[in-house]
Design a protein around this ligand. Structure first.
Ligand code: AMP
Length: 111
């Protein structure tokens, strides 16, 4: 399997790493869409949220808490946390990731 985000997680692909622990990695998005745009991923390869299952419950919760920790660290009061699930929703990398974005106004509903 050739997965760019698995490569970032294991260090074989360069990234601007922001956070890592035994389960979760966060790094700067290569093509930022907001002044702060980080990606938070599980080290475990899960292609998208719809492919996670009950075994991943702690991991999914941990990702949310890492997002909270990073928002605090960077003093982000208003931020958006999103995951695109499937091509039709805008997913371009098949490894579960959450976009943590801040620093501009966001429209709702999301485009
Ligand atoms: P999505 O379209 O939701 O799948 O988001 C994938 C994101 O990954 C996009 O915002 C890309 O800019 C970003 N991306 C792709 N390759 C890399 C990389 N090597 N390092 C950092 N971000 C990346």
């Amino acid at each position: 399997m050739n997965c760019i985000f698995c490569g970032i997680a294991d260090g074989s692909v360069k990234s601007q790493l922001i956070y890592e622990d035994e389960d979760v990695v966060a790094f700067k998005d290569l093509n930022p869409q907001a002044p702060t745009h980080l990606l938070i991923i599980p080290r475990k390869h899960i292609a998208r949220l719809s492919e996670a299952d009950e075994k991943d419950v702690l991991l999914l919760g941990k990702i949310l808490l890492v997002a909270q920790k990073l928002a605090r660290k960077f003093d982000l009061k208003d931020f958006r946390l999103i995951t695109n699930n499937g091509k039709g929703a805008g997913q371009s990398v098949d490894h579960l990731h959450f976009h943590l974005m801040a620093g501009r106004r966001f429209l709702w509903p999301a485009g």
